[in-house]
Design a protein around this ligand. Structure first.
Ligand code: AMP
Ligand code: MG
Length: 413
């Protein structure tokens, strides 16, 4: 029996997914919860930084034209205080890093270039050892951030530095795209929870724990729908819950050609199936549908049940969708080149997404790809330590060790 679904290329399938996916409407998060979100509006600085001319060093605020010599210390100003005096020619003031310059002073001499002298008159005297230029060791108003600067642009992702910038400009309610909510359902009569003893013919549900982790690691907010048996009624009910509660529904299992592979017909009834077969190894029966629920378009990924197929197809299709929902301007997996550490056999029918560990090689000045071994789609060990999917072309023969291949990044390098 031939599958009724046309076989799409990976590129065409991914284009179909992204065409159905729009960034989720922006909302506001607290600064402290903003990590990993994409900022939805350009953020401007309303004040200059520093807001006052500030000393760069611990030392003495001086009038540069006075030059080297012995001067009375007429005051001091430390960070967080404001000088209530004006520096007159022939005098200096003690100052610390980050303190506002006293009026009249135009430079700072660092403490290493000075010597404090015994006071005879009650006024501390200091020897200034060097000639400095006007403005020396002073941060003028706005030198780091001018008022009106766009410190973050819409579409930028918030990491530590970006959150620091938000704090700097006083943006505590941050306009961002939300994390997509992703409902996750395992399907199969044979599946039991990992903590349950195995009965005859049963296996543990590895996909749900794994995909929950993958959803979290890729910026989604997972919702666990548990395990559904291979029964139409139970599947329909769980699918409905998922469509109601989440932006994205991910199922695993039940999309191939067996009598109990019920996901495709159920999704076809509920909405539109955009593809049900993709020319790729592993993961050929990956299915993508959209369903209108509560007058919003939900994305549904019916992943194949084999653990490797489910995770590979999750990375290739669901991760770019999650990124686009979350507001990433370029949601694609990042691609780089690597040199094969060993020869790899090719598949003449399908492009293969070969799991490999990439590491930087100092002598070759490039990335080297080490295969994770036997690539059987049921062998989850083939994903262990893999941080890349090598894009092996569909053709006969073998790629030799040392050949350069393109690789999609799925983990940290
Ligand atoms: P299916 O896609 O439902 O035909 O399943 C393909 C293979 O993957 C079968 O050997 C299933 O037992 C296995 N499988 C399906 N779902 C899971 C799961 N959640 N965890 C582990 N193996 C699974
Ligand atoms: Mg099944």
């Amino acid at each position: 029996m031939e599958s009724p679904y046309p076989m799409l290329s990976v590129d065409a399938a991914l284009a179909a997914v992204l065409a159905q996916t729009q960034p989720l409407p922006a909302f506001t998060v607290n600064l402290h919860d903003a990590l990993g979100h994409v900022v939805a509006e350009t953020i401007h600085a309303s004040e200059p930084l520093p807001p006052f001319a500030a000393s760069v060093k611990d030392g003495y605020a001086v009038i540069a034209a006075d030059g080297p010599g012995i001067y009375p210390v007429v005051g001091e100003v430390t960070a967080g205080r404001f000088a209530d005096f004006q520096l007159q020619p022939g005098t200096v003031a003690y100052i610390t890093t980050g303190a506002p310059m006293p009026a009249g002073a135009d430079a700072v001499v660092m403490v290493e270039e000075t010597e404090r002298l015994a006071s005879l008159t009650g006024t501390t005297q200091v020897r200034i050892g060097v000639q400095v230029r006007t403005g020396s060791d002073v941060r003028p108003v706005g030198v780091d951030v001018a008022a009106g600067t766009a410190v973050l642009k819409a579409g930028e992702r918030l990491g530590a530095a970006e959150i620091g910038l938000l704090a700097t400009v006083g943006c505590t309610a941050v306009p961002v795209h939300p994390r997509p909510r992703v409902a996750l359902l395992s399907t199969g009569d044979e599946l039991v929870d990992p903590g349950t003893p195995l009965g005859q013919g049963q296996i543990r549900d590895s996909n749900r724990a794994m995909l929950m982790a993958a959803i979290r690691a890729n910026g989604g907010d997972p919702l666990d729908l548990g395990i559904a048996a291979d029964s139409k009624g139970q599947l329909r009910e769980r699918i409905e819950t998922g469509l109601h509660e989440a932006d994205v529904l991910v199922t695993s299992g039940g999309v191939s050609m067996g009598d109990l592979d019920l996901i495709k017909p159920l999704l076809g009834n509920a909405g539109v199936i955009h593809f049900g077969r993709v020319r790729m190894k592993p993961g050929k029966p990956i299915t993508f549908a959209t369903v209108e629920a509560d007058s919003r378009r939900r994305l549904v990924f019916g992943l194949p049940g084999n653990p490797v197929s489910s995770l590979v197809t999750f990375y290739l299709f669901a991760v770019p969708a999650l990124r686009k929902l979350a507001g990433w301007p370029d949601p694609n997996l990042r691609r780089l080149h690597a040199r094969l550490a060993q020869p790899l056999a090719l598949d003449s029918y399908r492009p293969e997404y070969h799991r490999a560990t990439l590491r930087w090689d100092d002598t070759q000045q490039g990335f080297v790809a080490v295969s994770t071994g036997n690539q059987s789609s049921s062998r989850l060990l083939s994903m262990r330590t893999a941080n890349a999917l090598l894009e092996l072309p569909q053709r006969e023969g073998t790629l030799a060790a040392g050949e350069i291949v393109s690789a999609l990044l799925i983990g940290e390098l």
